[in-house]
Design a protein. Structure first.
Length: 248
């Protein structure tokens, strides 16, 4: 009973082997008849392998690029700082010759010459603090950089110069306002004094007028009394002289 099953299995294996062998042979014949297909298939397989390898380890390529970028940035920063430090040291040592300097507000540009190395240092600074320093052995390039820095200081200082002018103008206006206020206060004080004095003068005038009227009335009374007395005296004199010789 077991033999027929074994025979069936052997037969199925034989048929499967024949089909597989036939498929491989057919693919080989197709590849031989059309080499572009074979190359395309090989390229696709290689591309798939490469993609698989790249996806499996993505940092293996990215890290060297990042390291190179980092090294480049640090090198540039170190170079700039190094030029600034070199220039400051040479200025401190007194071994530089200052050839040109331009000031615009708080900004400035200078070109120095280091005779020992035949090197030019062109610096851009703000409030006497170096901002950019370029070192070169080419005089023409140094002159061009200096001219560019000088123009840049003029542009940068426009706002600062305008601010200084506006501050001076505002201070002048405030000073004029203060002087005008002081003048107005003095005039106001003079007006108050004048008004007070005018009131006093008016009172004095009224008082004087009243006194004058009173004196005039008193004078008239006195004159009237004087006339009456004079007439009385004249009558009494006539009475006293009545009957005397030569009397009227």
């Amino acid at each position: 009973m077991k033999y027929p099953l074994d025979l069936r299995r052997i037969g199925l294996l034989a048929i499967t082997f024949a089909l597989v062998h036939g498929g491989v042979a057919w693919a080989a014949s197709k590849a031989a008849s059309n080499p572009d297909v074979g190359r395309a298939s090989g390229a696709k397989i290689a591309q798939a392998d490469a993609s698989s390898g790249a996806q499996s380890d993505p940092d293996s390529v990215a890290e060297p690029a990042n390291e190179a970028n980092s090294d480049g940035n640090s090198g540039a920063s170190g170079s700039m700082q190094g030029d600034v430090a070199d220039l400051m040291q040479l200025i401190h040592d007194g071994t530089l010759t200052e050839m040109r300097t331009t000031y615009n507000g708080g900004y400035g540009a200078s070109m120095f010459f280091y005779a020992q190395d035949m090197t030019y240092y062109v610096a851009l600074f703000q409030n006497k603090r170096f901002w950019r320093v370029i070192r070169t052995s080419d005089q023409t390039r140094a002159e061009a950089i200096y001219a560019g820095f000088a123009r840049q200081t003029a542009q940068l200082a426009e706002v600062e110069i305008r601010r200084t002018q506006l501050q001076a103008q505002n201070a002048s206006i405030e000073r004029v306002i203060s002087e005008s206020q002081a003048r107005a206060q003095r005039l106001q004080a003079d007006i108050q004094v004048a008004r007070a004095q005018e009131a006093k003068v008016a009172d004095y005038q009224r008082q004087t007028q009243d006194e004058m009227l009173a004196l005039r009335e008193e004078k008239e009374k006195a004159q009237s009394q004087l006339r009456q007395l004079q007439q009385q005296v004249l009558q009494l004199q006539r009475q006293a002289e009545a009957g005397l010789p030569g009397g009227r």
